[in-house]
Design a protein around this ligand. Structure first.
Ligand SMILES: NC(=O)c1ccc[n+]([C@@H]2O[C@H](COP(=O)([O-])OP(=O)(O)OC[C@H]3O[C@@H](n4cnc5c(N)ncnc54)[C@H](OP(=O)(O)O)[C@@H]3O)[C@@H](O)[C@H]2O)c1
Length: 774
C-alpha cells in the first residue's frame, strides 16, 4: 500500500478531514444509474451530516419521489438499510434528501446554497443515434451549467466524464484538459438538426419506393396492411440506423472511438468554458471501464451488465470463436467502489477557481490488465464453471489465439457467406421436420454471427487500444487520504489482484445476474402447458395443411374423381397441369387471389351433386387425411370449455365432414345460379388480413379474450392473424412461417397423418351430420 499523509485541512464543504464532506449541500445527477446509486449510498452511509438534492426525471406516471423510494430498496443500499432500519430510511428521505424532478436539458430552478455538485448523469450507450447522444451528453451539460449559473450557487462541480475522451490515440493520455480544437458548438447544432434531415430523406419518393418493394417481397402474402406496416417499420429503422451511423462516422472522422466518447469530450469542453472559465471550481473525474465493487457496499455488487460484461457472457456461451483484440492492449477496468471513492475524495478537495483539476480513475498505468490476461482469466473461469447447453451438456469455450483483426474479419466473412448459401438452399427445399431443424440451425448461426459483429465493432476500440492513462493526480488524491479513512475509502489500484477480482468477484457476480445461463428447455422439448378451464377463449384452426394434410387442389381432385366418368379424366388432368404455372404465381403473390382463381374450376357443377359427393366418398377421403394430433387438440380445447372454430379460405361445403368437431366453421360460400355453381365466391376469401379482421370482430361479438386464446396455422399467410393471439402455434409450417415462429419462439407442432388417417369413431360424433355453411 502506498504511503499516506494524514491531511488535516479544512474542506470547502465544511468538513475537517480530507475525504470528509461534512455538512455540505450536494446536488447529485444520475443518482438512479449505476455509479450514481453507489455515490448516493456512500453519502447516506458515511457522510451523515450531508444534505442531498437528487435530480431525478419522472418515468411515465412514476414521479421522481416515487422513483427514489423504489431506488432505496435496491441491493446497493441493503447494508445501510440493515444498519439504520426502515425508520432510518424514512428519516433520511424526510430530512436529508430533496428530490428535484426534471431532466438535464429541461431544468427548473436549482437551490442557491449548493456546496458541491456531482454531475454523473449521461447516456452511456456507445452507439446511440447522433441526435440523442448530443442531446443527453452535450445538451445535458449545457443545461446543468446554465441552471447553476442562474441559481446563484457557487458549488464545486465534480463532472464525471470518461477516460476514453482522449479519443483514438497511442501512448500516454495526460490528466489534463483535452487539446483538440473542434468547434463543439457547431457540432452540437449539426447533430441537433440531424434527426429532421434524416426524416426528410426517408420520405423522399425513391426511398419510400425501396421500403415498399422490399416489404412487398417479404410480406405480400400477409396482406396490404402488413406490407404497409413493414414498409413504415423499415423507414423508421432506416432513420434510426442512419442516425447511429452518422454518430459513429462523425466520431471516427474527428478522431474518437464512438459518439459516446465524442460527446463526453464536448461535455468537458462545455464544463470548462461555461463553469471553470467563469471563475468557478471544477474537477473532472475520468473513470475507465467500471465494473463490480471490490469491497463496498459489498464484494461483487453490480447493477446489471456493464461495458465489458456482454463480451464476457458471449464468450461463456461459446458464440465468439475468436476475437479481433490486441493481446498486449490494456483493457482498462476499475471497480465501481474505487470510482465512487475517488469522486468523493475529489469533491472534498476542490480545485482552485478557474483552474480545473483532472483525475483519471484508471488501472492501466499503475496495475495494468493486458487483454491476454483478461482472456486467460475468462477462459479459466468458464472451464471450471461451464455454462449449461440449451439441450444438454455444457458449452466448451474456445481458446482464443487472437490472430489479429484482419484474419478474424476474413474468417467471419467466410462463415457469413457459407451460412447465407446454406439458408438459400434450405429455402428451395420443401418444408419438412428436417428442413425446419436445418433452418433453426442457420438462424441460430446467423444470430451468433451478428452478435459477434456487434461485439467486434463495439469493443474494437477498447481491445485494440494502445492508449495508457496517466493517473498521477489520482494517486496523489488517494495518498492524501488519512490512513484510517484510506482502508475503507481508498482507491489505490495496486491493491487489486486481477486474477482474484475477475475469477472470484466480477465474473461470478455477473453470472448470478443472468438467466441466460440457466438450462432452458429448447422449444422442441418444452412441455405442453395444460389448458386452463375457461369459456372466454377461442381456439382457431386453419383447415388446409393444419387439420388436414391436403390443399384445395387435392380436394378438387377428390371431388372430380368421385364425380367424373373415367373417360373425362385425361382432359381434366391436362387442363389442370396447363393452368398450374398461373396458380403457382397467384399463390406466391396472394393466397386470396389463388383461391379465387382456382375455385373457378367448380363453375358449372350442380350444387346438389357437390353435396352428394362430399357426403359420400369425399368425406371418407377427408377423414383419412385428417391428423389425429389435430383432433386430439381440438377435443382438449373443447374439454377445457374453449370455443373452437375451423376457418378456411375455401368454401364451407368442402369442410363439412369436420364441422361436428367445432362450434363454428367460418368459410366462404359459392354463388349459384339455378342450382348450378358459378365458380364465384359470395364474398372475398377469409385469408390473411381478412381473417385477422374477422377474428377481431368475432372476439368482440362473443366477448373473447384474444390474448389468452389459441391459434393453429401452417402458412405464411396465417402469420397476421396468429399474432393476434396469446398462444399461437405453427403446424407443419412453410419455410416463411417456420422462420418467424423460430424468431418469435412460438410453438412449432410437427403433426402427422396416422397410417389410415382417422375414422368417424375417432372423431366421436357424426360430424358430417352437422353440416357447414356454404
Ligand atoms: N459505466 C461505465 O463503465 C462508465 C465508465 C466511464 C465513465 N462513466 C461515466 O459515469 C457516469 C455514470 O455512468 P453510469 O454507468 O452510472 O450510467 P447509467 O447507469 O446509464 O446511469 C445514467 C444516469 O443518468 C441519468 N440520465 C441520463 N440522461 C438523463 C437526462 N437527460 N436527464 C436526467 N438524468 C439523465 C439516468 O437517469 P434515468 O434513470 O432517469 O435514466 C441515470 O440515472 C456517466 O457520466 C458516464 O459517462 C461510466
Amino acid at each position: 500500500m502506498s504511503p499516506r499523509k494524514a491531511a488535516d485541512k479544512k474542506t470547502a464543504s465544511g468538513g475537517t478531514d480530507a475525504g470528509d464532506l461534512g455538512s455540505a449541500h450536494i446536488l447529485v445527477t444520475g443518482g438512479t444509474g449505476f455509479v450514481g446509486q453507489a455515490i448516493l449510498e456512500r453519502l447516506l452511509s458515511d457522510h451523515p451530516q450531508s444534505k442531498i438534492s437528487l435530480l431525478v426525471r419522472p418515468k411515465g406516471s412514476t414521479s421522481g419521489a416515487d422513483r427514489l423510494r423504489t431506488l432505496l430498496r435496491k441491493p446497493v443500499f441493503s447494508v445501510w438499510r440493515d444498519r439504520v432500519g426502515d425508520e432510518g430510511v424514512d428519516l433520511a428521505i424526510a430530512e436529508r434528501i430533496a428530490v428535484i424532478e426534471g431532466a438535464l436539458g429541461d431544468l427548473t430552478t436549482l437551490p442557491d446554497d449548493l456546496d458541491i455538485v456531482i454531475h454523473s448523469a449521461s447516456t452511456v450507450s456507445f452507439d446511440p443515434p447522433i441526435d440523442q447522444a448530443f442531446a443527453s451528453n452535450v445538451g445535458g451539460a449545457i443545461g446543468i451549467y446554465d441552471a447553476l449559473t442562474a441559481s446563484g450557487s457557487d458549488p464545486h462541480v465534480v463532472h464525471v466524464s470518461t477516460a476514453y475522451v482522449g479519443g483514438l490515440r497511442k501512448g500516454v493520455a495526460p490528466e489534463a484538459s483535452l487539446t483538440d480544437k473542434v468547434d463543439w458548438r457547431a457540432e452540437y447544432d449539426m447533430a441537433r438538426g440531424a434527426h429532421e434531415r434524416v426524416e426528410l430523406a426517408s420520405r423522399e419518393p425513391d426511398a419510400l419506393r425501396r421500403f415498399i418493394s422490399a416489404a412487398r417481397a417479404k410480406h405480400s402474402k400477409e396482406g396490404p396492411q402488413a406490407v404497409a406496416k413493414a414498409a413504415e417499420s423499415a423507414r423508421v429503422e432506416w432513420v434510426r440506423t442512419r442516425l447511429v451511423d452518422l454518430g459513429r462516422i462523425r466520431a471516427e472522422s474527428l478522431g474518437w472511438t464512438d459518439v459516446y466518447t465524442l460527446t463526453k469530450a464536448f461535455a468537458e469542453r462545455a464544463a470548462e468554458e461555461m463553469w471553470a472559465a467563469a471563475g468557478h471550481r471544477l474537477s473532472i473525474v475520468r473513470p475507465s471501464i467500471i465494473e463490480s465493487a471490490l469491497r463496498h457496499p459489498y464484494t461483487g455488487w453490480i447493477d446489471g451488465f456493464k461495458v465489458a460484461d456482454p463480451l464476457i457472457l458471449a464468450y461463456g456461451r461459446g458464440i465468439l470463436p475468436e476475437f479481433p483484440g490486441l493481446p498486449d492492449s490494456i483493457l482498462d477496468v476499475i471497480p465501481v467502489d474505487f470510482v465512487v471513492n475517488a469522486i468523493i475524495a475529489a469533491a472534498a478537495a476542490p480545485a482552485q477557481p478557474g483552474q480545473p483539476s483532472y483525475y483519471q480513475v484508471t488501472s492501466g498505468t499503475s496495475n495494468p490488465l493486458p487483454f491476454h490476461a483478461m482472456v486467460r482469466n475468462v477462459n479459466e473461469f468458464f472451464r471450471s464453471h461451464p455454462v449449461p447447453q440449451d439441450g444438454e451438456g455444457h458449452v466448451q469455450v474456445p481458446t482464443w489465439k487472437l490472430p489479429g483483426g484482419r484474419e478474424v474479419e476474413r474468417r467471419t466473412q467466410l462463415a457469413e457467406r457459407a451460412n447465407n448459401t446454406r439458408e438459400r438452399l434450405i429455402e428451395r427445399l420443401p418444408s419438412t421436420v428436417r428442413t425446419r431443424a436445418w433452418l433453426a440451425n442457420v438462424q441460430r448461426r446467423r444470430s451468433d454471427l451478428e452478435s459477434f459483429r456487434t461485439f467486434a465493432d463495439l469493443y474494437r476500440a477498447y481491445v485494440q487500444s494502445e492508449i495508457i492513462f496517466d493517473d498521477r493526480h489520482t494517486r496523489a488524491l488517494d495518498d492524501a487520504l488519512p490512513g484510517a479513512l484510506a482502508v475503507d475509502r481508498g482507491f489505490d489500484v495496486r491493491e487489486i489482484d486481477w486474477d482474484d477480482y475477475l475469477q472470484r468477484v466480477h465474473i461470478p457476480s455477473i453470472m448470478t445476474l443472468t438467466r441466460a445461463f440457466a438450462v432452458r428447455p429448447s422449444a422442441k422439448k418444452r412441455a405442453e402447458k395444460p389448458l386452463s378451464q375457461r369459456t372466454d377463449v377461442v381456439a382457431v384452426f386453419d383447415l388446409e395443411g393444419t387439420v388436414v394434410d391436403s390443399n384445395i387442389v387435392e380436394q378438387y381432385l377428390w371431388i372430380r374423381s368421385a364425380g367424373f366418368r373415367k373417360a373425362a379424366w385425361p382432359g381434366e388432368f391436362a387442363s389442370l397441369m396447363a393452368s398450374l404455372p398461373k396458380y403457382l404465381k397467384a399463390e406466391q403473390r396472394d393466397r386470396g387471389e389463388f383461391i379465387r382463381v382456382f375455385l373457378r374450376r367448380y363453375s358449372g357443377m350442380p350444387a346438389s351433386r357437390l353435396q352428394q359427393i362430399v357426403a359420400r366418398g369425399y368425406g371418407e377421403t377427408m377423414l383419412r387425411h385428417t391428423m389425429p394430433a389435430a383432433i386430439d387438440r381440438i377435443k382438449a380445447h373443447r374439454d377445457a370449455g374453449h370455443r373452437t372454430v375451423l376457418v378456411t379460405g375455401s368454401i364451407g361445403t368442402l369442410a363439412a365432414p369436420l364441422a361436428g368437431l367445432f362450434d363454428d366453421v367460418v368459410a366462404s360460400t359459392m354463388h349459384e345460379r339455378d342450382g348450378v355453381l358459378t365458380g364465384y365466391l359470395d364474398k372475398p376469401p377469409i385469408v390473411d388480413e381478412a381473417r385477422a379482421a374477422w377474428l377481431r370482430q368475432y372476439a368482440e361479438e362473443h366477448r373473447l379474450n384474444l390474448t389468452q386464446s389459441y391459434g393453429y396455422g401452417d402458412s405464411h399467410s396465417d402469420l397476421v392473424w396468429l399474432e393476434l393471439l396469446g398462444n399461437p402455434s405453427a403446424v407443419n409450417p412453410d419455410t416463411q412461417l417456420a422462420r418467424e415462429a423460430l424468431r418469435r419462439r412460438w410453438k412449432i407442432n410437427n403433426w402427422k397423418r396416422g397410417p389410415r388417417g382417422v375414422n368417424r369413431d375417432y372423431i366421436d360424433g357424426d360430424s358430417a351430420a352437422k353440416g357447414a355453411a356454404g
